[in-house]
Design a protein around this ligand. Structure first.
Ligand SMILES: [Zn+2]
Ligand SMILES: [Zn+2]
Length: 288
């Protein structure tokens, strides 16, 4: 049986592997298909696609957007997005600017706590356009202010800790629309972490295409719970490890093995959606 891992990060966001290294790991693990879901960027997709093509692996371009709905934070995965879509790219530049400003703000708060970290040290270490808290954590470890990234989160960076800064988030409805206009499928990431099942019907109404039922932090009972909900709302079932390379201890790639039939179902959904595009208002579509 073939398996896929549809939730992976590279050093184009907060993962540690390059697209080529990640592809190498996927190949070693015998995966049939992978998706790259870096935060607020699709920059790594070109290199990952090339590496996967060379390795004989199927590749799905994607991204992960941080959004909110009714004060709940959620992450939306956009699968099969057109990585050259101008509106998507413009919006991502805006999200990246927000991330960079947030890093500066977190560093300013650390400075107030007498930790002489410099924002440039974080940016140099991140060397990507989507810096985030994991990079600040690593910079704190490198500067010997903390002994591990976990300690950095516990002491400073977790929500409501002294250097935590709230993050601007796009509304989930706008995020779904943004993914759709870029030709992608919008999938709610790791719903078991957010535990906000009540918002799922509203997201479905807004065009949500799928639920990430299988995830590293979903025990089997949670996966089964979300498979039931996905079936109830006719949503695609996806899954992935959410691997960040070595930044969160052991690399997780391949620890969640999504049966390949779900990849085929996702592809079929993508094809049928594209064949009906452009159809911004389905109600006005000509009958056929
Ligand atoms: Zn996430
Ligand atoms: Zn992720």
């Amino acid at each position: 049986m073939n398996f896929a891992d549809l939730h992976l990060h590279t050093n184009f966001s907060d993962g540690t592997y390059t697209p080529e290294e990640l592809t190498g790991r996927a190949r070693q693990l015998g995966l049939a298909a992978v998706a790259l879901t870096d935060h607020d960027t699709v920059e790594g997709c070109t290199r990952m696609a090339a590496a996967c093509a060379a390795a004989g692996l199927e590749f799905i371009p994607a991204t992960e957007l941080t959004a909110e709905f009714d004060d709940n934070e959620l992450h939306l995965l956009g699968y099969f997005v057109d990585t050259g879509n101008q509106t998507l790219l413009t919006e991502m530049v805006r999200f990246q600017k927000v991330r960079q400003d947030r890093v500066r703000e977190m560093v300013a708060r650390l400075n107030q706590l007498n930790i002489p970290l410099e924002a440039d040290a974080v940016f140099a270490l991140a060397s990507c356009r989507s810096p985030g808290r994991p990079h600040v954590a690593r910079a704190l470890v490198m500067g010997r202010f903390c002994s591990s990234p976990d300690e950095a989160f516990e002491r400073f960076l977790k929500k409501n800790r002294p250097a935590w800064v709230p993050k601007f988030k796009i509304s989930a409805l706008d995020a779904i629309a943004l993914i759709h206009q870029a030709g992608g499928l919008a999938v709610m990431a790791h719903p078991g972490l957010n535990r906000t099942d009540g918002i799922i019907p509203d997201l479905v109404e807004a065009g949500l295409d799928g639920l990430e039922c299988f995830h590293t932090k979903h025990p089997p009972s949670t996966s089964e719970h979300y498979i039931r909900i996905a079936k109830e709302f006719n949503l695609a079932i996806t899954g992935g490890s959410d691997c960040h390379g070595l930044s969160k201890g052991k690399p997780l790639i391949g620890t969640v093995r999504l049966p390949y039939e779900y990849v085929e179902q996702l592809q079929a959904r993508s094809r049928s959606k594209r064949s009906h595009a452009p159809a911004p208002r389905p109600a006005l579509r000509a009958p056929h």
